[in-house]
Design a protein around this ligand. Sequence first.
Ligand code: ACM
Length: 504
Amino acid sequence: MSAYPAETPSPTRATVPFSVIPKPAEVNLSGGTFPLTERTQVLVNPADPELLAIGQYLADHLRPATGYPFPVQAATGALPEGSILLTLSDSDPSLGEEGYELAITPNGVRLSAPHPAGLFWGVQTIRQLLPPSIESSAPQDGPWTLPTGSIRDWPRFAWRGMMLDVSRHFFGPQVIKHLIDLLAYYKMNRLHLHLSDDQGWRIMIHSWPDLARIGGSTQVGGGPGGYYSQEEYADIVAYAQNRYITVVPEIDMPGHTNAALASYAELNCDGVARPLYTGTEVGFSSLCLDKEITYRFVDDVVREIAARTPGPYFHIGGDEAMATPQSDYIAFIERVQGIVQSYGKQMIGWEEIGQAKLLPTSIVQLWHSAVAREAVRQGARVIMSPATRAYLDMKYTPETPLGLHWAGYIEVKDAYDWDPATLVEGIGESDILGVEAPLWTETIQTVADMEWMAFPRLIGIAEIGWSPAVGRDWEEYHLRLGRHSPRLAAMGVNFYRSPQVPWE
Ligand code: ACM
């Protein structure tokens, strides 16, 4: 069953029954409504702390606009009329780690899932089934009704992510948390933080404190930069984890390392510290691969960050090492892979690491060539971030004031209308872990800039990562997307009103 019958010739607003994004796998609406009222309770079964937190999260998002109390309580016995039940009981295990089922009748809502993550994603669906003004932080007029029917939903890919470059311009913890909230709304489950580059080192490493103190002291254009203390980083990671989002830390090496080379003279082959760099060229820096201290540095950095990262991944960059001889590059990646493994993490690298001998657990991130095929041949899995489709720093059109255009112009349709499993010959569905949209920040300085480049393209990437390939179609999607403008506005998101989309 698909949400939208295949025979629907050309969807119009009237034939789009609701605007949930990502589009759920199976939807059957029955034409009635369930009203939220001042007596609606959120019930949780079992009453364990993790489920109570999900119930509280739902209630927290329903209270401001409705003004209703939404008490969160342990479910006991029969379901009282008019309540919303979140439960792990009697759910279909084939829904997997993140799937859920939603049954809405005029008398109540039953959200069930085999695992808590599924309940959390089902809560996002409930939010999106309500009128857009539910996202308002101030009281609004109802009625607050959900459409009756049933939804069975689960993701196509395990990896649905965004990358933010906090090196070229630094963004503090509050901005990152705001972004995490928006990722959760669209069921994205990975936030990749690009924590180091030529222009800035953005996390305190206690055994090498000048990386942050010196290397973090500026950014593109010469502004003050900044860095996360380890406590701030751990707090971001926990905030994400509470929203079923895994933070993936990246320390880019052996290239893109000028900030480190400026912080410690001994990391340079000639023993001379490099000047800090605030421009936007790439490819000029390299760690000194012949010096043993380089590997002590890598070991310390990986150890300290891994200790603060409960997620299983550590991203080592590995892109654009133009100042590193190829044979040295390969030996370096293989040695760093062992270091990452020794701290219990899976190594991720940009596609160039496919030249090295990879462990079967290592992951490559495709961005602009087919070299990732080398990694696939070795059994590694691929994260699809094709620059021509998924790079959020590419301009929408030649008139876009922000961003770059080396990979082309990416309008909202271009970012949506592609399939990860058919884009690159030799890389198919089973090779692909998922999709990720990177936002490089050479030209991005504020949260408003960030939102405007990410939204609405990121929403399309979220749907590519979650929704079944069959039934995904721009003509239908762009109508659903148009209906998200009042939601985005209610959440205070500064988004690009593409002329391709019939915004409400
Ligand atoms: C990249 O865009 N250099 C991964």
